[in-house]
Design a binder for this molecule. Structure first.
Ligand SMILES: C[S@@+](CC[C@H](N)C(=O)[O-])C[C@H]1O[C@@H](n2cnc3c(N)ncnc32)[C@H](O)[C@@H]1O
Ligand code: SF4
Length: 371
């Protein structure tokens, strides 16, 4: 059996970005300590449900780099006490404004190998309108610091931000490539309902149109390719050998454990979802109840659909022979309808089913034709 991954969610940020609907609150050290306390407790009980090997650890958020000093080390310590950790990749998501030389040193000492930096843009005007706390110079400094400190560095680029133009994409890719960044995640801005951004759009805020976004995305793809980054998933690009091993576990439906508020886990066909209320999570964990966690068992067909849905986002697509072996199906027969509907959008040679590169942007619509 392949090794599992571990995800830990840190629900704290210094301020809330208008577009963001990730689970995070703006709280200081006191609440952070209460939370980490509960988290360590949850990790400790995890050994009852998992006794295998974990080879990837991803601490995400929120903003893990805004945690008090020593918090990350205590998380790794608790994980090491409870599980057989043989980490080939240990990533932490950081924001440029809280990724200081002291933080870099602390994370290095804790065993972190990879930093995922939320740069988003290198245009000061765009960053300001997006409500980011950093400017381009701060982001560049953070990238250089992360590379110089010996981390594998991944940088997030957002596409479709207010006022964004193609020269921002060019500058971003050029800079990352020159500085030795080996991985880029390029996300299309999603206007999530209930966010301040969604309300602003309702009141008339103009964002780049769908056509503009498609052009920005195509520009990013071609600039990344010119600079030696291969796309291996709809939104993820890397230099050779620098695929994010942890995220690959989600897309390949391997097992993973999730700890913390709003975290998910998958163990075989069991999925669990932690509650997304920070105070409710702390209370329930400290009281020793599992009230913060919901479990479901996927049936075989749901699992197959998930397998196809995730596989279609990958550049290599769905491994048809693997799917047939795992799910005891005749792929062409089981998905005959989807294959007919999506004929124009996919490449299917009986071994792999993949979305044609020119339709990567409408991957979700193509996926819907199958599931
Ligand atoms: C969970 S966030 C955490 C990263 C970090 N706190 C930051 O903001 O820099 C991970 C990434 O998701 C992306 N993201 C967040 N909200 C988004 C949205 N509404 N649409 C598209 N991408 C989004 C951003 O690129 C962000 O860096
Ligand atoms: S810093 Fe990151 S996680 Fe926090 S609100 Fe902004 S985008 Fe969301």
């Amino acid at each position: 059996m392949s090794a599992s991954g571990i995800y830990v969610h840190i629900p704290f940020c210094r301020s809330k970005c208008a577009y963001c609907d990730f689970v995070s609150v703006c709280e200081g050290e006191e609440k952070q300590r209460l939370y980490i306390n509960a988290l360590l407790r949850e990790i400790n009980t995890g050994r009852k449900i998992f006794d295998g090997v974990a080879d990837t650890l991803h601490i995400g958020g929120g903003t893990p780099s805004c945690l008090y000093d020593g918090a990350v080390e205590s998380i790794v310590g608790a994980l090491g006490d409870s599980f057989d950790l043989r980490l080939a990749e240990f990533s932490v998501e950081c924001n440029p404004d809280t990724f200081t030389p002291e933080k870099a040193e602390e994370l290095k000492k804790a065993g972190v190998t990879r930093i995922s930096l939320g740069v988003q843009s290198l245009d000061d005007g765009v960053l300001k309108k997006a409500g980011r706390r950093h400017d381009a110079a701060t982001a560049m400094q953070a990238v250089r610091l992360a590379v110089k400190s010996g981390f594998d560095v991944s940088a997030d680029l957002m596409i479709g931000l207010e006022g964004q133009r193609e020269d921002d994409v060019d500058a971003f890719v050029g800079f990352m490539s020159r500085e030795g960044v080996k991985h880029v995640s390029a996300y299309m801005l999603k206007v999530e309902s209930g966010t301040p951004l969604a309300r602003a759009v309702e009141k008339g805020l103009i964002l780049p149109s769908d056509d503009d976004c498609a052009e920005l995305y195509d520009r990013a793809v071609s600039r990344l390719k010119e600079n030696g980054f291969c796309r291996y998933e709809t939104s993820n690009f890397c230099k050779e050998g620098k695929v994010c091993r942890h995220n690959m576990k989600y897309w390949k439906m391997c097992d993973y454990l999730g700890f913390g508020v709003a975290a998910h886990g998958k163990l075989g066909r069991v999925r669990y979802y932690n509650d997304d209320d920070v105070d409710g999570y702390i209370r329930a964990v400290l009281q020793g109840t599992h009230a913060y966690r919901t479990e479901e068992v996927l049936d075989r067909d749901e699992e197959l659909k998930e397998y196809v849905m995730l596989g279609l986002r990958l550049e290599d697509g769905v491994d048809v022979e693997e799917a047939e072996r795992l799910f005891c199906i005749d792929f062409a027969e089981r998905f005959s309808e989807g294959l007919k509907k999506a004929e124009k959008y996919v490449l299917y040679d009986g071994k792999n089913l993949r979305i044609r590169p020119e339709y990567a942007l409408v991957a979700n619509s193509v996926i819907n034709m199958f599931v």
